[in-house]
Design a binder for this molecule. Structure first.
Ligand SMILES: Cc1cc2nc3c(=O)[nH]c(=O)nc-3n(C[C@H](O)[C@H](O)[C@H](O)COP(=O)(O)O)c2cc1C
Length: 180
C-alpha cells in the first residue's frame, strides 16, 4: 500500500507534526511505504478559485495525494476546526482526493474540540467520495507536550489503531473492482 502523510501545521514547534511523524514510523514498521510531506516546506498560494491551482507546489502535492492509497493528515485544531492551511490544501488540490482513504491526527489545546476535523471530513466524503477512517487521533496538550513527547501512552495506541485501520480498509479496497 502507498501512504502519504501530510503535516498541515505551519508552526515550527508543531505537535501534530510529531503525531504525523509517529504515524510514519508505524507505517514503516508494518513494512509499508509512505511519503512524508511537511506543508512548511511546500509554501502554497491561497486558493482563489482561479489560477492558484496551477502553482507547481500544488501540482506536486496533488500528485502525491492522487498516487497514495491512503492519506493521513497531521492537523492543528484552530477555532474548533482544522487550521486554514489544511482547508487551503483541500481547496487547491480538490479532485486529487477522489476515492482516497483518509485519516486524521489532530493536536489540540484541550479535549472539547474533538469534532474539529468533521467539517473537513464532510467535504472529503461528500465532494470527493473519500473513505474517512473511523479512528481519529486527538491529542490534547496534557497528552503530548510541546516538544512532541508523548505523555499519555494512549496516544501511541490510537496512532497504531489508525494505521491498522488504514491498512485493513486499504487492503480490502484493493480487492474491489474500481468500476462495477
Ligand atoms: C489560532 C489558534 C486557535 C486555536 N483554537 C483551538 C481550539 O479551538 N481548540 C483547542 O482545543 N485548541 C485550540 N488551539 C490550540 C492548538 O490546537 C494547539 O496549539 C495545537 O498544538 C496546534 O497544533 P500544532 O502544534 O500542530 O500547530 C488553538 C491555537 C491557535 C494558535
Amino acid at each position: 500500500m502507498a501512504f502519504a502523510v501530510i503535516s498541515c501545521s505551519l508552526n515550527p514547534k508543531s505537535r501534530s507534526r510529531a503525531l504525523a511523524r509517529m504515524a510514519v514510523e508505524r507505517i514503516t514498521a508494518h513494512g509499508e511505504e509512505t511519503v512524508f510531506i511537511d506543508l512548511r516546506e511546500h509554501p502554497l498560494p491561497l486558493c482563489d478559485g482561479a489560477g492558484a491551482g496551477d502553482h507547481p507546489s500544488v501540482l506536486d502535492l496533488a500528485d502525491a495525494i492522487a498516487n497514495a492509497d491512503a492519506v493521513l493528515l497531521g492537523l492543528p485544531v484552530y477555532n474548533y476546526g482544522v487550521n486554514a492551511a489544511a482547508k487551503n490544501l483541500l481547496e487547491l488540490t480538490g479532485a486529487a482526493w477522489e476515492d482516497r482513504i483518509v485519516g486524521f491526527l489532530c493536536a489540540a489545546g484541550g479535549r472539547s474540540s474533538y469534532m474539529a476535523p468533521m467539517s473537513l471530513a464532510n467535504s472529503l466524503m461528500l465532494d470527493y467520495h473519500c473513505l474517512i477512517l473511523p479512528r481519529i487521533v486527538h491529542a490534547a496538550a496534557d497528552q503530548l507536550d510541546e516538544t512532541g513527547r508523548v505523555v499519555d501512552p494512549e496516544i501511541e495506541n490510537r496512532i497504531e489503531a489508525l494505521v491498522n485501520s488504514a491498512l485493513r480498509f486499504g487492503r480490502a479496497a484493493k480487492t474491489i473492482p474500481s468500476k462495477p
